[in-house]
Design a protein around this ligand. Sequence first.
Ligand code: ZN
Length: 505
Amino acid sequence: MAHRTRRAALLAGCLALAVAGCGGAADVAEPTGTTTTTPATASPSNSPTSPTTSTRSGDVVVPSAAELRAGRSTPVEDPYYPDTSNPELDALHYFLDLGWDGDTLTGSATITFRATTATDAIRLGMSEALTASRVQLDGRQIDYTQADDGIELVTPGLAPGGTHTLTIGYAGTPESTPAPSRRGDQFEGLGWNTDDEGNVYSFQEPFGAFTWYPVNDHPSDEALYDARIRTEGDDVGVFNGEFGGLSEDGAASVTSWHVDEPVASYLTTIAIGPYTQHTGTTESGLEISYWLLPRDEDLLAGLEREGSTAFGWLEEHAGEYPFSTLGVVVVGGSSAMETQTMVTMSRGAVERADAVLLHEFAHQWYGDSVTPIDWRGMWINEGFAMYFQQWYEKDLGRPVYAGGVERWRSYDNESRLLSGPPGDYDPSSFADLNVYLGPAMMLDEIRKQIGDDEFEELVIAWAAEHANANVDRATFTRWVNDKTGQDLTRLIDRWLDSPRTPRPS
Ligand SMILES: [Zn+2]
């Protein structure tokens, strides 16, 4: 996500930039071939594209065994938020069949998973605001209990390795959940939210997917997704991945979505409202869809320009785009989030002077494709995204976030004192500036150490060689040392562990 803070003094430079309204200085390329589609009258080009190797059993999307292999992970217990992780199972695929009438969410989650250990019970995150009504394991009803924002399923004799299918029907009015953070933007409430006009949106890092579907809500358990969203009136449901089209069912509209690559639950998104889809094409030929509410239509031209410029720049500096689709959905709230293949942007984030969209696009490579295995690795996400953000801003001659990496020392130092070092931060202070600025400054130190050319190759290779993988600090250090032929362990440790901002090397 992009960082924003209430502590005006800390980010005085950044806020000044925002007030100055510094966008538009760059020479930007016009996107080509822009089309606009109102989903209710979806054109044939928006007709469903079903994965050809999937089989459909009745109404439920069931991937083939070969496809499911891409959803395999090695789930771990989180060192900071252990209650959110359930390493006894590895979710491979979620099929979410959701209905929203403006008040009640009615859902059916079909979860294909494998047990990772012999167990008589498995637990998933599931909000107490949602009531399960029907729970089946491999087609047979099983016992369950709901408590503490989880659902405990009785699974006698479950052996490790086998693939099973769990179906949970549920309903309720979703409630967001408090965040382990001092930040004031999206962390007012994680997960499912509704804005003043009743439109649904979600921000859910580090957890919050459990507020709207049963889930192993942890980055170490990435999975494939299909979703179907049934809405009423003019409302349209938006999710990650490839838009499979809109169909009408009586007075209801139903959108379907397919996610081709494994995604962590904090990177799923849902938005519901009277959305219109606008599709532009980048210079390299990728379609970017912009999903806008009527109130935000005035943002379209600027978003398309910035999207095309930012994406083209990232293809040059981060390498080949790791996914098959890309979209942006503009929602309520006040933040921005790198939700995989469908970036979630509040109106305020679109209007900010610094390069928020570039930041969230950069995360598609650094965070979404290459994902930390647990929340100790938040710096891996934000260090790269911030480094790329200031690099892009400098490269295009734009005003740089908080004055640029050379001027971040005092902000970083203050945040370390408040929230701990980036490699071992205070868990109650999630996503403070300490995990953004210090790790980006560390990358800058690595660049100085190895030189610009080698650094530019290094960041592209890091994303390419760890695509769709979970990584941690040991992976990063070992790989960087190996790749550069230098022992950078001490440099990395100093920047990640020091209670104050280290001196430059
Ligand atoms: Zn970010």
